[in-house]
Design a protein around this ligand. Structure first.
Ligand code: NDP
Ligand code: 2IT
Length: 448
């Protein structure tokens, strides 16, 4: 049951549920945003009059396609590919590509919807989109990954472009996959343009894009907790996941004086009271592509525990969920609170269930929602697009400094919007409202 009282918004949500049955993740993401926007809609009838919310919850375009590929043994497999071009009011569609067996239209739509507000919050000119496939990269050879990526791009290339739609990485898509996809795009289109971000440095990538989501997450959380007189110095931190976001969150926590005592993958988690070593985990995951259980064999002070959800029972001051959606439920949130956790920063998209968010907010936990806290990745992607357009590249320090300023700006913008609309201290409401206003005002200007 939603908490909505506004009749117009209730109607919008009803329509979303009717039109998109069996899409629980998409319904979850829309419900949260509509609940946050209640005070905005009450204050600004012009949005209702122009049907802004009705338009916003309907993607501009949903592309769904067949992706056939051949494994090393010569067997043919068929996966399903998606690109949801959700909203282009303030810039070309922008958002990652996810390769994971749990990918469905609902997952891609929730991610694309959230991306609209996140991208708006960065202050940069990017619209919202997302894509991916139910392909499972685990256990595949480099050649199989290459053939899949080439087949995926053979269709996707018809729908994207440097000024139209610019995909990037997400779960299961990193530098290797972006390389294969960019190579295929270039072959088919005979164009060297910034049509993907997260590219390798020799062919148009930006320094600091690899680090950006994890670093940005820490810059955001640092700003949020410093406003309450706290800091990372001496803090015990738990980071779930051990992929792109988690690895660079670990590195930045270390630089800011905190200690990450637990990390995970989908099979289980590692615990090391002495602090998880960045170099070891980076090599294990990025180079060797092994399971996190191997870490405990390399580092004697660490122990491995089967089952990834147990990570939330580890006592910490700050939690940075950076694996996947709905990884923290009500019970996990209650355990974190009971163990003294005072801040949560969402590195993943929608990692906390609505019930978990209620637990955090009602217990005074400082809560940085995904749309704000993990926006550093896409913000730096937009900086990659700028550098591609200029045919220039900035130094690591320049990009990192811009990223930090953007994250501080997002914190300020979200906290001010929350205060202005009667939800002081609630960054979920603040991020949704601040992200919405820019997009809605552009849509108002365009007419229907
Ligand atoms: P990666 O593929 O690099 O890493 C994902 C990590 O999460 C792995 O450790 C993986 O474990 C774990 N994981 C994935 N799915 C599940 C699952 N269903 N249950 C438990 N664990 C799971 O992805 P990223 O680090 O790029 O992405 C992590 C999160 O951050 C996602 O929610 C993504 O949408 C979000 N994000 C990513 C950004 C980016 O720039 N990359 C930007 C903003 C948000 P295993 O290896 O066992 O599958
Ligand atoms: O969820 C996200 O913001 C991303 N996966 C990054 C998207 C991007 O275009 O860099």
């Amino acid at each position: 049951m939603s908490k909505l009282k506004n009749v117009y918004l209730q109607g919008v949500l009803e329509t979303v549920k009717k039109r998109n049955p069996n899409e629980p993740e998409f319904q979850q993401a829309v419900t949260e945003v509509l609940e946050s926007l209640e005070p905005v809609i009450e204050k600004h009838p012009e949005y209702q009059k122009a049907g802004i919310m009705d338009c916003l919850v309907e993607p501009e375009r949903v592309i769904k396609f067949r992706v056939p590929w051949m494994d090393d043994a010569g067997k043919v497999h068929v996966n399903r590919g998606y690109r949801v071009q959700f909203n282009s009011a303030i810039g070309p569609y922008k958002g990652g590509l996810r390769l994971h067996p749990t990918v469905t239209e609902s997952v891609i739509k929730f991610l694309g919807f959230e991306q609209i507000f996140k991208n708006s919050l960065t202050g940069l000119p990017i619209g919202g989109g997302k894509g991916g496939s139910d392909f499972d990269p685990k256990g595949k050879s480099d050649n199989e990954i290459m053939r899949f990526c080439q087949s995926f791009m053979t269709e996707l290339q018809r729908h994207i472009g440097a000024d139209t739609d610019v995909p990037a990485g997400d779960i299961g898509v990193g530098g290797r996959e972006i390389g294969f996809m960019y190579g295929q795009y270039k072959k088919l289109r005979n164009e060297f343009v910034g049509v993907l971000t997260g590219k390798g440095l020799p062919y148009g990538g930006s320094l600091a894009r690899t680090e950006a989501t994890g670093y940005g997450l820490c810059y955001f959380v640092d700003e949020m907790i410093r406003a309450k007189g706290k800091s990372f110095k001496g803090a015990t931190v738990v980071v779930s996941g051990s992929g792109n976001v988690a690895i660079y969150a670990l590195q930045k926590v270390n630089q800011l004086g905190g200690t990450v005592v637990a990390m995970s993958d989908s099979a289980g988690y590692i615990y090391d009271p002495k602090g998880i070593k960045f170099d070891v985990i980076q090599r294990l995951k990025e180079v060797d592509r092994k399971r996190i259980s191997e870490y405990a064999k390399l580092v004697p002070s660490a122990k491995y525990v089967d089952g990834c959800s147990g990570i939330w029972t580890v006592k910490c001051d700050i939690a940075l969920p950076s694996a996947t959606q709905n990884e923290i439920d009500k019970k996990a949130a209650e355990t974190l609170v009971k163990n003294g956790c005072f801040a949560v920063g969402e590195g993943a998209n929608m990692p906390s269930t609505p019930e978990a968010i209620d637990v955090f907010l009602s217990n005074g936990v400082l809560f940085g929602p995904a749309k704000a806290a993990n926006a550093g990745g896409v913000a730096t992607s937009a900086l990659e697009m700028s550098q591609n357009s200029m045919r220039l590249s900035w130094t690591f320090e320049e990009v990192d400094a811009k990223l930090k300023n953007i994250m501080i700006g997002i914190y300020k913008n979200a906290s001010e919007a929350a205060k202005k609309y009667g939800a002081e201290g609630n960054l979920v409401a603040g991020a949704n409202i601040a992200g919405f206003l820019k997009v809605a005002n552009a849509m108002l200007a365009y007419g229907i």
